[in-house]
Design a protein around this ligand. Structure first.
Ligand code: GUN
Ligand code: FE
Length: 415
């Protein structure tokens, strides 16, 4: 079946490149992008057109690092450093997800909020609870959010949220058995090295290899954490080796933060095909530090963005893109390195995550459509007529869920 969207089409087909098609046509065949056209080709003349008029058609967002059970604590505990914040707020909040009714309520509203804000792809941490994790996956699938979700593993240093090693392994297997969703798939999720024993890490590495499962975790987020990992693992020269020694460091492994990853750790990432997930808002909120994103990209690392709620205070990826630009400018003012431009940061918040999941960059033909339609009518009236590139920039800064008129995920309209 052919579907045609008409509007001002704007996308970033590669890092740093912005392409606009004014009053263009985005043609879908069975939900898959067939092409972008300035004039509708004759062969589609008889097909129905969804006309979005003056609105902007943009690729939707991918949030490659966030904690679903921390949604209820958005905006809380922001004056504590990471390790204190985890103990004072996070583990207690996550422990609530033993209650499946509570999980259903929170996760249903989280899934709806993601779609409302134009996020159609995620890689998400759940809590340690198997049943709540399956509920989360079900709610995401129902809402139209695609990607990965992980039951979190944490058998040491985790307070009220801790599980035993045996329980962690058994529940991981039970969770994997329950994963039967079309668009939401499992990802192994050792929380971070300080919360996983060697025995647990070894078992997760074995499972990752045996079942060809992807892996996500945290890496070199704060100085206190890096020092702690050194103490826990004197046998490892660097933090990343605590994952590598158990087979968790492999192509497609997602590592959040990497603020204190030095050149050697970064080159280990580039070599293995491990992705760095930049969480700009979280890094500021819990005073973790500033990740050298420009340098990572120049060194050939794959980088995408994450909201990292609730270390991050904004679920809306449009805001995460803006914060990434602003933190990059703060860094540029110190180092003199170039900052992330709006099209570059937008690429990292959309196309990079799409590429991670095997999708296209921008509206590349041959891939199911992930898109959002932005209505600028509530923005201030501009003093002159704006170019599409200017309207794009303004939309990135000003959009919120009320200006997102439609969302498409995996080729189908979900808002
Ligand atoms: N490191 C281990 N757990 C967490 C978490 O929940 N949030 C952040 N930001 N870092 C972590
Ligand atoms: Fe995190």
């Amino acid at each position: 079946m052919v579907t045609i969207l008409r509007g001002n089409i704007i996308h970033t087909p590669s890092f740093g490149k912005l392409e606009t098609v004014p009053h263009g046509y985005l043609v879908l065949e069975d939900g898959v992008v067939a092409g972008l056209f300035e004039q509708l080709p004759d062969r589609y003349a008889a097909c129905p057109v969804e006309d979005f008029g003056e609105k902007l058609i943009l690729p939707s967002f991918a949030d490659l690092h966030l904690h679903a059970p921390q949604y209820p604590m958005l905006g809380m505990g922001m004056d504590l450093p990471l390790l204190e914040w985890l103990n004072a707020y996070t583990f207690k909040t996550e422990a609530r997800f033993a209650d499946t009714d509570y999980a259903r309520r929170v996760y249903r509203s989280l899934a709806a909020e993601l779609i409302a804000g134009g996020t159609t792809r995620v890689s998400m941490f759940s809590s340690r609870h198997t049943d709540a994790t399956l509920i989360l996956m079900e709610e995401l699938e129902r809402a139209g959010v695609t990607g990965y979700v992980g039951k979190v593993n944490m058998d040491r240093n985790s307070g009220v949220a801790q599980e035993t090693t045996e329980e962690s392994i058994r529940e991981t297997l039970r969770w994997l058995e329950g994963c039967r969703f079309e668009h939401v798939k499992p990802i192994l999720t050792p929380r971070f090295t300080p919360s996983c024993s060697d025995a647990l890490m070894a078992e997760l590495g074995r499972l990752a290899a045996e079942r060809d499962l992807p892996v996500q975790s945290h890496l070199s987020e704060t100085t206190g954490e890096v020092a702690w990992v050194k103490e826990l693992h004197p046998e490892c020269g660097q933090y990343w080796e605590t994952y590598a020694q158990y087979g968790l460091w492999k192509p497609g492994t997602l590592m959040a933060h990497c603020v204190y990853s030095d050149e050697r750790e970064r080159s280990a990432m580039a070599e293995a095909g491990v992705w760095a997930i930049h969480c700009a808002a979280s890094n500021v909120n819990i005073c973790s530090g500033a990740a050298p994103v420009r340098r990572m990209l120049e060194e050939g690392l794959s980088v995408a963005l994450g909201s990292d709620i609730a270390g991050g205070d904004q679920l809306a990826m449009s805001q995460v893109v803006v914060t990434s630009i602003q933190t990059s400018k703060n860094m540029a003012m110190e180092t003199g390195e170039p900052f992330l431009t709006v099209p570059e940061a937008f690429y990292l918040g959309t196309a990079a995550g799409s590429r991670y999941f095997g999708g296209g960059e921008g509206f590349a033909p041959g891939h199911p459509l992930h898109a959002m339609v932005v209505d600028e009518s509530a923005f201030p009236e501009p003093a002159r007529e704006l170019t599409l590139a200017e309207r794009f920039e303004r939309a990135v800064y000003l959009m919120d869920k009320s200006s997102i008129a439609a969302v498409y995920s995996e080729g189908r309209r979900v808002k």
